[in-house]
Design a protein around this ligand. Structure first.
Ligand code: HEC
Ligand code: HEC
Length: 168
């Protein structure tokens, strides 16, 4: 038994790391301006879900924001840009062929977590777009996306039920 313990501990640590890695951190330095200004039309997306250059791209083009105008005063714009840049995650570089600013829904990270979603779930009128995190994630506004905290939408497509069984 003694010999097995270190391996078991290492496995447990690895497991903890791999599950943590699924959840973006909520940075302690999140300015209230970010939630107020960038959480009014959609949820305030976790800063750790895009790379620094992607966030800077988005923040430089707020006047042409995916067909909307999300312009801000320069002081607030700069404050938010620096916050996002500080907390960005270099791995999540978006691929954005459309000419729009980068999308976190176009990162490998997003695809890995959502590859099971059937195409027609996005056309559901309660969802409308992959960027509408709150349609499926109950605590999206708090930047919490655990797969145990899903709305009834994924369950309607047989997704949440499967997960409930898989949970310990
Ligand atoms: C006036 C409304 C409005 C405001 C304010 C706004 N956005 Fe958006 N945002 C949109 C719309 C509309 C989309 C496109 C949604 C879609 O196509 O699914 C979008 C999309 C995004 C996306 C891409 C989501 C994806 O598909 O991965 C990011 C990132 C984003 N916004 C960040 C921000 C940030 C940062 C701010 C604050 C500086 C902000 N938004 C403020 C309307 C807004
Ligand atoms: C149409 C429904 C839907 C939308 C929209 C959606 N998700 Fe998800 N998401 C899910 C489902 C279902 C799962 C569980 C998948 C699985 O079991 O691996 C999931 C899993 C996740 C996970 C992994 C959770 C875990 O415990 O491992 C994260 C993080 C996540 N989503 C973030 C987001 C973010 C951020 C957005 C918006 C940009 C978003 N999701 C939009 C349905 C959705």
């Amino acid at each position: 038994m003694k010999i097995r313990q270190p391996a078991a501990l290492a496995a447990a640590a690895l497991f903890a790391l791999s599950t943590q890695a699924h959840q973006p951190d909520i940075p302690a330095d999140t300015p209230p301006e970010y939630i107020a200004e960038c959480g009014s039309c959609h949820v305030a997306y976790p800063a750790a879900l895009l790379s620094e250059s992607d966030w800077r791209d988005i923040m430089r083009n707020l006047g042409k924001h995916y067909g909307d105008n999300a312009s801000l005063g320069e002081e607030t714009r700069k404050l938010i840009e620096e916050f996002l840049a500080r907390n960005a995650e270099p791995h999540w570089k978006a691929h954005f062929p459309s000419g729009d600013p980068p999308r976190l829904t176009a990162t490998l990270w997003y695809r890995v977590h959502h590859h099971e979603l059937p195409d027609n779930i996005l056309q559901d009128k309660r969802v409308g777009s992959a960027s509408n995190c709150a349609a499926c994630h109950v605590k999206a506004e708090k930047q919490l996306f655990d797969k145990t905290d899903l709305t009834e939408v994924p369950a309607d497509y047989g997704l949440a039920e499967k997960k409930a069984v898989a949970q310990p």
